[in-house]
Design a protein around this ligand. Structure first.
Ligand code: R1P
Ligand code: URA
Length: 297
């Protein structure tokens, strides 16, 4: 699994990187929701150099994969956790950042449990609190759909190519990033006035949505708005997202636990390889691609 650094030259470089990584997370990052998923993925690193669980529940595992530093960060659920993760990572890591979210979703297209969705773009689905205050007057819509933000095309292409090897269908499209697992994903129930009966249909018709989950738009939005080395430079963060279909929202079928466990194992190499191909190692991996067109901070 991947090349370990065995030459004297390689050893020297690795120890410099290792020293560096004891303080920081890497420039190539896989982010997941579930810490268990992070630990399964970490088994395919060639070497683990650093692990930290914060009291807020973030798990960071940093190691080497094919001689390249790579981090896996489990963030829990929801867009505010994605916001913490991206902003605080940007604060402490020098240089460009390549981030792949590897998560799960509910399919609202013909992709079935065990298939893979590639988020070519994402949009936010936000509960419109004013609507619920003013319900008697019926002001506005109960949910606001943002416009679409695209993923990084090159990183997405590499991710999609790799996912083709995993088994299951690979479906690309727009992903709805809801601010709740329940109301704003169109789940129906009697306990609250959610006014969400037509929401899934709306997401499909107005945004071409193929899946719903809870973090992708925030990741793409922060990548899009990240500043470069100078303000006139390209964004310093580039991001993509692959999602395992855990639920088919139309037929109400769910993935079997053993299938999801197997798919995580099989997809890990594709996710890691996409990051390594996208940002090949240069300068010992401490400052990837210095002086290249894509210059980070
Ligand atoms: C909901 O069960 C969680 O699963 C999805 C959603 O986005 C949400 O975080 O992603 P993860 O499997 O990455 O957590
Ligand atoms: N994650 C979500 O946010 N929704 C689903 O339906 C499945 C996974």
């Amino acid at each position: 699994m991947g090349a370990r650094t065995t030459s004297r030259h390689g050893q020297a470089k690795a120890s410099k990187i290792e020293k560096y990584l004891m303080k920081d997370i890497a420039n190539r990052i896989v982010t997941v929701g579930d810490p268990q998923r992070a630990r399964i993925m970490a088994q395919q690193l060639d070497k683990i150099l650093f692990e930290h669980t914060s009291h807020r529940g973030f798990l960071t595992i940093t190691g080497m994969y094919q001689g390249v530093p790579l981090s896996i960060v489990a963030i829990g659920m929801g867009l505010s956790m994605m916001d913490f993760f991206v902003r605080e990572t940007r604060m402490v890591v020098h240089g460009p950042l390549a981030i792949v979210r590897f998560g799960s979703c509910g399919s609202i297209c013909d992709a079935m449990p065990g298939d893979v969705i590639i988020a070519e773009s994402a949009f936010a689905i936000s509960r419109n609190y004013e609507y619920f205050q003013q319900q008697q007057q019926g002001v506005g819509e109960p949910y606001v759909l943002s416009s679409l933000v695209k993923s990084d095309p090159e990183l997405t292409r590499l991710l999609r190519d790799g996912m083709g090897m995993v088994g299951g269908r690979v479906v690309g499209g727009a992903v709805g990033n809801a601010d709740s697992f329940y109301g704003s994903q169109g789940r129906l129930g009697d306990d609250f006035h959610d006014c969400n009966e037509g929401l899934v249909k709306r997401a499909r018709e107005e945004r071409g949505a193929v899946a719903l989950e809870m973090e992708s738009h925030m990741l793409f939005h922060l990548a899009q708005t990240s500043t470069g080395a100078q303000n006139d430079r390209p964004p310093s963060i580039r991001a993509a997202c692959a999602l395992l279909v855990f639920a088919d929202r139309s037929g109400n079928s769910f993935i079997e636990p053993q299938v999801s466990a197997r798919m995580v194992v099989e997809a890990t190499k594709s996710v890691f390889d996409a990051l390594v191909k996208f940002m090949p190692i240069q300068d010992g991996g401490l400052h990837p691609e210095p002086g290249s067109v894509w210059e980070g901070k």
